[in-house]
Design a protein around this ligand. Structure first.
Ligand code: IVH
Length: 669
């Protein structure tokens, strides 16, 4: 075996472990992610070539084993206790008083104060610095062996650093950071799957997966907050120094942990952390105070299942019960309609909440939310309040189903639910007030009408000043009104007027693109411009006609048709034309005419995608002729369903026979 390879692998592992430690334990990454990924990939490649050199503690071995059939119950060597709760300053004072009485002392006690992570307690056993077992808390006496799942959590060291004890059992809380939780739920929502109620449930669900590969995809992390038995650590006298040692060995310790002398300092800590709660990247449900001196801890001992020397000071709940008074639909800047529940106001997570997002109609149906329902709502961090679940047992007889609006509540245009999408959309793109800033920005943008100088910020200002409602208003702006806008001088106003004027001369494709029809990008706009002689033809195009165009499927075809069906959009388009927007007239089907011009077609049988009349129009638009009977001169017979004698005759005369599908393809090119 090549000794250099062995060394190289060892070196790479050390380097990766070091970066892991910096990233997870110290929260001070020292190389960019891409460089880390490159190192990791190098190690994977080497191990692939030299599988004999793979070790259990290699950073590549986090997802090693195959799915399990279940989890083994394992007795805790030292029980995992729970904590007593305090809910007020009074409870806290009583706690401290109890301690002083027991210790027969009036001096202030030194506490370690820690955020109380809202996750799942786990116990991690290390032998000779290697992670050998990871258990859930279970009932405190025995837990489940979830070692393979815990190994997938990168913040948990597989191997300890420095001068560690030969045996060490560490306790900590596995949690899911809010950002990862929100992404996970958003993905589930988009896939039409059930979402997790809160990050704690998401973390629990993730750790309960039988396939560690699945756990590995979940954004989990850990903060360690103690050891099972501090006699395993030599020469420590305080809880705080236990935590410091844990940090040196590679465990992530919460940076907000702090020493507090006396209850008053504890209470200040509580208030400080509560004020930070909304900004923290993870959920906490309170703070924990622990007597710092380990000798005093031992002296105080335990009552039943909780230590006397520690207490959890809980924050007000982030989840409360209230009722849904009504449901309204809000229109976003891209036209998406979001159902929002109006609630009986309720104080939750430190603020009064009277609205909660219901995300979309699929979610409403899945949670079975009715107006009048009693619901559990939740506000966590800076996350928008949401309805977690309905208490169906409390549903009044008068409860009402939520009705999907057919018209946009802002502009009254049609609302549609595109196939395969969860969202409802307003079709009044050019006209809808909710969408107007975005519509205007798009309209003026470089690839659309290309109005130099009319950027996002200026549009925002103009909309706010009520100078712009629809794109047609751009062409009605006066020099004075532009010059009057903050930070605009007469010179820049003149330049803008010129640019606007200049944009009146455009191309049909740009104009179509500028309309901002959903899913009609530049390429589709160009295809449409090639296909249709003018805007009126495009505006009255049938779905079948649209479907014959390259790249246009049923969803886009419907978007286009719905867009032009909106009277408001029609009005804006007419107004734009009246303002002098124009483009060179199209030459008839430049591309396809070469192929089809002069060809003689006969149509027979019934077509499924279009009427015969439409097929005839499409052919004639391309310069082909359509005849009613087969002869020597016929080039093509388009044969639909149940074609009869014409088909027989065409075969006899060796006329090329096209199926409907092939015919449609031919029209596209
Ligand atoms: S100390 C003797 N410290 O809270 C009990 N627990 O309500 C040792 N928790 O089961 C627990 N953050 O899951 C401790 N900084 C922290 C904590 C913490 C969260 C959880 C833990 C425990 C539960 C008790």
């Amino acid at each position: 075996m090549n000794i250099n390879i062995k060394e190289k692998i060892a070196h790479l592992r050390n380097e990766i472990d070091e970066h892991n430690y910096r990233y997870y334990a110290l929260d001070e990454p020292s190389i960019p992610d891409v460089e880390y990924d490159a190192l990791f990939q190098e190690l994977i490649n080497l191990e692939k070539n030299y599988p004999a050199l793979i070790t259990q503690d290699s950073p590549t071995q986090r997802v090693g084993v195959k799915p399990q059939s279940g989890f083994k119950a394992v007795q805790h060597r030292i029980p995992m206790l729970s904590l007593d709760n305090a809910f007020s300053e009074k409870d806290l004072i009583a706690f401290s008083k109890r301690l002083q009485d027991r210790l027969k002392s009036n001096t202030e006690i030194l506490f370690t104060a820690e955020p109380k992570m809202d996750g799942l307690a786990v116990s991690l056993l290390y032998r000779e610095g290697q992670l050998v077992q990871g258990l859930t808390r279970g009932d405190g006496i025995s837990g489940e062996d979830i070692t393979s799942n815990l190994k997938t959590i990168k913040a948990i060291p597989l191997k300890l650093r420095g001068n560690y004890p030969s045996e060490l059992e560490v306790r900590g809380e596995v949690y899911m950071p809010l950002k990862g939780f929100n992404i996970l739920n958003e993905k589930a929502r988009q896939a039409g799957e059930k979402t997790f109620v809160n990050p704690r449930n998401a973390a629990a669900g993730s750790l309960r997966q039988l396939d560690p590969k699945l756990t590995a995809t979940r954004p989990l992390s850990i903060y360690c907050y103690g050891v099972a038995d501090y006699t395993q650590i030599s020469q420590v006298k305080s809880h705080y120094s236990v935590l410091q040692r844990l940090s040196e060995w590679g465990f992530p310790i919460n940076k907000l942990i702090s020493a507090c002398l006396g209850v008053e300092a504890c209470f200040t800590y509580y208030q400080t952390i509560m004020a930070m709660r909304a900004e923290l990247p993870y959920e906490i449900d309170g703070v924990v105070y622990k007597v710092d001196d380990l000798a005093l801890q031992q002296q105080l001992g335990f009552v039943s299942r909780a230590p006397r020397f520690a207490i959890a000071h809980k924050f007000p709940a982030q989840e409360k019960i209230t009722t849904v008074e009504s449901v309204e639909f809000q229109v976003g800047r891209t036209g998406a309609l979001t159902p929002v529940a109006r609630l009986s106001p309720i104080f939750v997570g430190g603020v009064t909440v009277s609205n909660a997002t219901l995300h979309n109609m699929d979610e409403v149906l899945r949670k079975d939310i009715h107006v009048g329902d009693t619901v559990i709502i939740r506000r966590a961090g800076d996350v928008i309040p949401e309805v977690v679940s309905v208490i169906t047992a409390k549903r009044p007889a008068s409860a009402q189903k939520i009705i999907v609006p057919q018209q946009c509540p802002v502009c009254q245009s049609d609302v549609i639910k595109p196939a395969g999408e969860a969202v409802l959309r307003c079709m009044g793109g050019l006209y809808c007030d909710a969408q107007r800033k975005e519509a205007l920005k798009h309209f003026a943008s470089r690839k659309a009408m290309n109005i130099d100088g009319l950027g996002a910020r200026l549009i925002e200002q103009m909309v706010n000043l009520n100078l712009l409602h629809t794109p047609a208003d751009i062409y009605r702006l006066s020099l004075e009104s532009i010059a009057g806008i903050e930070r605009m001088g007469i010179k820049s106003a003149q330049n803008l007027i010129e640019a606007i004027d200049h944009s009146r001369q455009t191309t049909f494709a740009r104009f179509i693109y500028a309309l901002g029809i959903r899913e009609v990008g530049e390429v589709t706009a160009k295809n449409l411009a090639k296909e249709f002689m003018d805007i009126n033809q495009l505006m009255s195009a049938s779905l079948e006609q649209l479907l014959t165009i390259n790249d246009i499927g049923p969803v886009v075809a419907e978007n286009i048709q719905r867009f032009f069906q909106q009277v408001h959009n029609q009005e804006v388009i007419q107004a734009l034309l009246a303002e002098g927007i124009h483009w060179p007239k199209a030459k008839q089907h430049e591309q396809s005419s070469a192929k089809l011009a002069g060809k003689v077609f006969v149509l027979t049988g019934s077509l499924s995608q279009m009427t015969r009349e439409q097929a005839k129009e499409a052919l004639e638009a391309r310069g082909a002729k359509v005849s009613s009977s087969i002869s020597q001169k016929t080039d093509y017979l388009v044969a639909g369903e149940n074609a009869g004698s014409k088909l027989t005759k065409a075969k006899a005369l060796n006329v090329t026979i096209l199926s409907e599908a092939v015919f449609i393809q031919l029209l596209k090119y």
